[in-house]
Design a protein around this ligand. Structure first.
Ligand code: ATP
Ligand code: ZN
Length: 301
């Protein structure tokens, strides 16, 4: 490895799949401009000392574990499966979850064939359950004190019952359409998952620290901004307390005088939760007028 590459932060991102677009978009929102290498395996940061390694999602925790990459964006399901695997093998996992990201939502669920008569968790006892996530499933079964057999497959879990390899399956679901297409019915949720940012617990080289901190702050800002809104309204002084209490997730609104009136003031606030029509209607009912809701583009706490 050249001296130059040793001073650059490496971020592992899924090469091609459900997380790819959102992961690269997150880095873009943090201000990263990049060019994609000819081999399509690396994106070279042009305005930050940072490169993005494009890999299979299953390899991301290991790349952070081995300190090849300082950061990785990957599904919680993959992180948990790897972490439990390492722990079972007596290896200390060297990746920490820094923050949850608002994409890649899915759940790991147990599903049964349509004709299976499911009477609750006791129906799982003694059954074979096919999955690509044996560690997570084993942990859940142990927690629920269910004695079932875990059949580990490397893919195509949903056809396992038809092939007679297992009676049930445990797989990732988001809409449930794949299950339905395979005549399977979801009965239990084993894990709720979404994309997460992981990092190495190993202290990063001195020359990378400042960019690393800057990037983590920006990522945090991007996450906060997604749901945040800036609200502006006019409020009668007499209703200020009631109106401030209605503003979702806002801490200290700015109150400003309005020219030509003492009865009303302008209220500006950042709301860290989504603002729904119902909230606006309640604000209006409390006496607010001239209500404006604006998206927030960037935020630095
Ligand atoms: P790779 O080639 O990188 O190994 P993959 O086939 O394992 O790809 P994808 O299907 O792209 O991975 O899923 C990547 C991640 O997206 C999953 O690990 C999970 O965290 C998340 N995800 C969100 N919704 C779903 C879903 N409906 N099915 C599977 N994964 C989902
Ligand atoms: Zn994968």
């Amino acid at each position: 490895m050249s001296v130059e590459s040793g001073t650059r932060i490496k971020v592992a991102v899924q090469k091609s799949g459900r997380l790819t677009e959102n992961s690269l978009d997150l880095l873009g929102r943090c201000g990263l401009k990049y060019s994609r290498g000819k081999d399509q395996l690396v994106c070279f940061g042009e305005n930050m000392p940072l490169d993005v390694l494009l890999v299979r999602d299953d390899d991301i925790p290991s790349l952070v574990q081995e300190d090849v990459c300082e950061l990785g964006v990957v599904g919680l399901n993959v992180v948990e499966e790897k972490r439990l695997g390492f722990l079972a093998a007596g290896i200390a996992p060297l990746f920490e979850q820094v923050m949850t990201l608002d994409f890649g939502r899915c759940r790991m669920s147990i599903a049964v064939p349509e004709e299976f008569s499911y009477q609750g968790r006791s129906s799982l006892a003694g059954k074979r359950i096919a999955t690509t996530y044996p560690n997570i499933l084993e942990r859940w079964l142990a927690e629920e004190q269910i004695a079932a057999e875990v059949v580990t497959l490397s893919g195509a879990v949903e056809i396992a019952p038809r092939l007679g390899r297992a009676e049930l399956i445990c797989d990732l679901v988001s809409t449930g359409s794949t299950l339905a297409a395979n005549h399977l019915r979801e009965v239990e949720t084993v894990l709720e998952s979404q994309a997460v940012l992981i990092r190495t617990p190993v202290p990063v080289a001195a020359e990378k620290v400042s960019w690393m901190n800057k990037l983590l702050k920006r990522m945090d800002g991007v996450q906060q901004v997604r749901e945040s809104k800036y609200i502006m309204l006019h409020a009668p002084r007499s209703a200020l307390a009631e109106i401030a209490a209605l503003l979702p997730g806002s801490e200290h609104p700015t109150i400003m005088p309005l020219e030509g009136t003492d009865e009303k003031v302008a209220v500006h606030a950042v709301c860290r939760e989504n603002v729904f029509w119902e909230t606006l209607e309640s604000l209006k009912a409390a006496g607010a007028s001239a209500i404006l809701v604006l998206p927030v583009e960037k935020m630095l706490a």
